[in-house]
Design a protein. Structure first.
Length: 586
């Protein structure tokens, strides 16, 4: 694919994967609410309600997060579901323990580093590289194993009960939301090639209509089978064989052994103490947590007079400039060094070394945007400069239950409707696009990958997903946060948290406030059309030399804040007005 086609495909995802087109954000009171007992924030209202139903039935945060994930896959099959994968960060209140579960997709055993180099596009239309659509684009699904594991390890209800709301939504049907309608309009021609998805379109329709009832009987059966038999029902036997058949029918490499071999990995979360709070977040194979923690560390090293946190009640241009500059170095590290930690050596400690962070902070200029290369800190002397070329599904949810357990989950099938084929009623992911198709080649989010992130047997591709829990000075969770939106996940998550915890904005305001994004390459400071930043701050950033590039929006985030006063707890839950969901709680 030429760079021009790739960029136009990228622009399409930005358009397609986000919330209502140009529609004004909902009234402030609609997207956030406060509760005294428990709360769920998902980006689709019915999914928040599925979690709430499970909490009301005696489930805890793990049960509710699992039910919310499964429901999301039914009400928005464009963004996430059983055919994808994700990450869970779980805080268990009784022990104070934090657990990170990685249920990201894995390349099949037949994957090779050059599998995408010469692979022809399997179909016409947007996002049509072999890593983005069709069988080769799919990694072995992780979501069913992840859901089963979180319910088994932390949950209180049987899996069959947790599956209930999602299975009911699939069997009885749910109204098609605005974002799903829009995404189906972009990908209609490809979706209609699939027997299940073509049945979703009314005769002659070029998109699913908002409000149209989407009934998914086959997915309902698969969900019920999963509820009865657990992960085994998906990874072995009839459904596993059906997944292999469907994948191979569209050019994939899956075998029944690939499915049987899938494993959830428990990993040590990353953490750091910055701006008076302990931030606990996603480790590799996500690069998101690393990028966020290093950005925070660099910001703290920049003298406060150059990045004042008291420029009124919102980040001023000086702070936004420092923030944009702080992301350039860690995004270079991601490009060069990140790969599946089970397959390549990661140099996390060396990357986070204080002298390296100091050197990056030292390259900062308070009134001038520096080229990303000025923040480059090669770990090995013989390295070439990183070649920078120019360079959306997913869903984040938060649950806090009555015991104080917190679940932060980000889950995805990658691009809208994943690889745009189904197996056993499940939309299959195109997570293989998060590998580097070749060294330096960009993925759909304009993120180039290096040799460590080439595909390989059983490997997991690098992710931006950043489920995060921030702890307050009292040592207890103060905020659950995370986002969807490719490379913008990490910058959005960080900003929402900073808005609330450091600038003191009320949670709804912190979420709705305009955000900026910079990922080093391309050398552009992005702002949002849907939540426009005032001209004054933009002019002040442009005056520092930033190339300003407005885009539709910067990710979709879900958050819950936890405030304790004596025995009283106030949970404020908010679903990003950019995507139109509502939280639920009691
Ligand atoms: O894991 C990742 O970073 C990507 N697969 C996430 C994709 C995404 O957020 C699409 N969103 N709009």
């Amino acid at each position: 694919m030429t760079r021009a086609t790739l960029l136009s495909a990228f622009a399409l995802f930005v358009l397609a994967a986000q919330g209502p087109s140009g529609a004004p954000p909902p009234a402030a009171e609609d997207f956030h609410a406060s509760y005294g007992e428990w709360a769920v924030a998902a980006d689709q209202t019915l999914a928040s309600q599925a979690g709430a139903e499970i909490l009301a039935a005696g489930g805890n945060a793990a049960d509710a997060a699992a039910a919310t994930m499964l429901a999301l896959g039914v009400v928005n099959p464009a963004s996430s579901g059983m055919g994808g994968g994700g990450f869970l960060l779980y805080y268990e209140a009784s022990s104070g323990e934090l657990t990170f579960l990685d249920f990201r997709e894995r390349a099949p055993a037949a994957a090779t580093p050059d599998m995408f180099e010469e692979a022809p596009s399997p179909v016409e239309g947007p996002a049509n590289r072999a890593s983005q659509v069709g069988g080769l684009a799919s990694g072995v699904l992780g979501e069913p194993a992840g859901v089963a594991e979180m319910v088994r390890r932390f949950g209180r209800l049987p899996l069959g009960r947790v599956v209930g709301p999602a299975a009911r939504y699939a069997e009885e049907g749910v109204p098609v939301s605005e974002p799903v309608s829009r995404m189906s309009g972009y990908f209609a021609a490809q979706m209609k090639r699939d027997a299940v998805m073509s049945g979703w379109f009314a005769e002659g329709a070029e998109a699913l209509a908002p409000g149209q009832r989407l009934v998914q009987p086959e997915l309902g059966q698969t969900l019920r089978a999963f509820g009865r038999g657990g992960a085994r029902a998906i990874y072995r036997g009839r459904i596993a064989r059906e997944i292999v058949r469907a994948n191979r029918a569209v050019g994939g490499l899956f075998t029944v052994e690939d499915l049987a071999a899938y494993e959830v990995k428990e990993r040590e979360p990353l953490e750091g103490t910055h701006f008076g709070h302990r931030w606990v977040t996603a480790p590799p194979p996500s690069a998101g947590g690393f990028t966020m923690l290093q950005s925070l560390a660099i910001l703290e090293q920049i003298p406060e007079r150059h990045r004042p946190v008291a420029e009124g009640d919102r980040p001023g241009p000086a702070f936004l400039h420092a923030l944009a500059e702080s992301w350039k170095g860690p995004f270079l590290d991601r490009q060069r060094y990140f790969g599946d930690p089970d397959h390549v050596e990661l140099y996390l400690d060396r990357m986070m070394a204080p002298e390296r962070i100091e050197a990056r902070a030292g390259a900062f200029h308070p009134t001038l945007a520096m080229p990303a290369a000025d923040y480059d800190q090669p770990l090995f002397p013989e390295e070439d400069a990183v070649h920078q070329s120019d360079n959306a599904g997913t869903s984040h949810l938060c649950v806090v239950d009555g015991e104080g357990n917190v679940a932060a989950v980000t889950t995805t099938v990658n691009l809208p409707f994943g690889a745009r084929y189904t197996a056993a009623g499940i939309v299959m992911n195109d997570e293989m696009d998060d590998f580097a198709s070749a060294i330096g080649e960009m993925n759909a989010f304009g993120l180039p990958g290096g040799a460590p992130n080439l595909p390989g047997p059983g490997k997991r591709p690098i992710s931006s997903m950043t489920p995060t829990i921030v702890f307050g000075p009292d040592g207890l969770p103060a905020l659950c946060a995370g986002a969807a939106g490719g490379s913008r996940i990490v910058t959005a998550t960080q900003q929402v948290a900073l808005h609330h915890l450091v600038f003191g904005m009320a949670l709804g305001e912190a979420l709705a406030a305009p955000r900026v994004h910079h990922q080093g390459a391309p050398d552009q400071l992005r702002t949002e059309n849907v939540m426009p930043m005032d001209d004054e701050r933009i002019a002040a950033l442009v005056a520092r030399g930033h190339a300003h590039e407005p885009i539709r929006n910067i990710a979709n985030a879900q958050v819950i804040s936890i405030v304790r006063e004596g025995d009283e707890v106030t949970l404020t839950a908010a679903s990003d007005p950019r995507k139109g969901g509502r939280p639920a709680g009691r």
